[in-house]
Ligand binder design. Structure first.
Ligand code: PLP
Length: 396
């Protein structure tokens, strides 16, 4: 038989994060590898979905999604993001922001187009670009505060460059892009006539700085594709409800491709999310940052204590820590060693870099219940006790 996988399939690889989760389950460890957010779903969201099912909202929806959620998103975009958009023609409900990004890539990128990613990057961004046969090019953010310069952008741009990705707050670095940095990207995108895709899934998880939507910068609305969703905000990663907001000249094709792959986001769950957007007060969103900054500080404190110096994240719910003190040649070996010795799963830094940049890094997720995070920190601290014990034994 001469059958084989497509060239596309051969180029992509299964997410290391999932592989680590499987290994963690096998050893009955605590999973700080995956962003699965096991905090409770707001009641108004759950009730909204339940009521919608009982009212018979269980069929396919229009390609763009149901009216109530599109209207709720448009109102929220104006209120929170400062973006005025038409709910009829400029808002599309998607199967998570993952569905949004994939559909937008299919609608707007051609095979061979170059697309700029900041690294450390989110693996789905990279692999989605590879799946549509775009060519990723990289601008490496400099640790520990993940800075870049306008010259870094100029160095990678070519006549084939078609777009650039912004993810703020970012996974995995926790970087919140400043207005100055977004201004550089906006000027660069206009001068080179590029699309800006912006993944704002962590827009409510900000601890330092302020969330700014790139589409609000002067001249940016008609070239910016804003992607977000409620997986994280409402702790509903399994519901698959996200959205795209963009100029109407792009929206129809994005909705078309979304329909082709996913048909629609689950109808009653769209209604549950709409209820949440309409009814939850501002204090709910402020509460997210207040709650998560405590989780961040707890985890970063433990990492600091055991000598895995963390880069303190300004947003999102991940932390990259310096793992150079752990045994192992590669970050994969280091994460396996940590899982073996403490029962805490992390992700190897190599998952976020195309070259060697991540070899001394591990990523930990703090979207966990306080109880689980506390237990993970206690287990991590044992590493220090063990290494002190080891050192004492050696000396003796
Ligand atoms: N974008 C980023 C940067 C993420 O970290 C994640 C999940 O970890 C997603 C998107 C996935 O979002 P969704 O559940 O809306 O597809």
């Amino acid at each position: 038989m001469s059958l084989s996988l497509s060239r596309r399939a051969a180029r992509t690889s299964q997410s290391e994060i999932r592989l680590m989760s499987v290994e963690c389950e096998r050893v009955n460890g605590i999973n700080l590898a995956q962003g699965v957010c096991d905090t409770p779903v707001p009641e108004v969201v759950r009730e909204g979905a339940r009521r919608a099912m009982e009212r018979g909202i269980n069929s396919y929806t229009r390609a763009e999604g149901l009216g109530p959620i599109r209207q709720a998103i448009a109102a929220k975009m104006k209120r929170f993001n400062g973006i005025e958009c038409d709910p009829e023609t400029e808002v599309i409900v998607n199967s998570g922001s993952t569905g949004s990004f994939y559909s937008a890539c299919l609608a707007l990128l051609n095979p061979g187009d170059e697309f700029i990613l900041f690294e450390p990057y989110y693996g789905y961004h990279l692999n989605t670009l590879l799946a549509v046969e775009a060519v990723p090019v990289y601008v490496t953010l400099r640790a520990p505060d993940w800075k870049f310069s306008p010259e870094d952008l100029e160095r990678v741009v070519t006549p084939r460059t078609r777009g650039i990705m912004i993810n703020s707050p970012a996974n995995p670095s926790g970087k919140v892009f400043t207005r100055e940095e977004l201004g550089w990207i906006a000027e660069f995108a206009q001068r080179h006539d590029l699309f800006v895709f912006t993944d704002e899934i962590y827009e409510y998880f900000v601890y330092e700085g302020r969330h700014i939507s790139p589409a609000t910068l002067p001249g940016m609305w008609d070239r910016t594709i804003t992607i977000s969703g409620y997986s994280k905000t409402f702790s509903i990663t399994g519901w698959r409800v996200g959205y795209t907001v963009c100029h109407r000249k792009w929206a129809q094709a994005i909705a078309y491709f979304h329909d082709l792959i996913y048909v629609c986001a689950p109808a009653p769950l769209q209604m549950g999310v709409a209820e949440g957007i309409i009814n939850l007060p501002e204090s709910f969103y402020r509460g997210i940052s207040a709650e998560y900054v405590q989780k961040r500080d707890l985890l970063c404190g433990a990492l600091q204590e055991i000598g895995l110096t963390p880069s303190i994240p300004q947003g999102a719910y991940y932390v990259l820590a310096d793992a150079s003190s752990l045994p192992g040649e590669t970050s994969k070996e280091k994460s396996m060693e940590l899982l073996r010795s403490t029962g805490v799963a992390s992700v190897a830094g190599s998952a976020f870099y195309h070259g060697k940049g991540g070899d001394d890094l591990l990523r930990f997720c703090f979207a966990k219940t306080d109880e689980e995070l506390g237990e993970a920190c206690a287990r991590l601290k044992k590493l220090r006790q063990r290494s002190q014990l080891g050192a004492a034994t050696l000396k003796a």
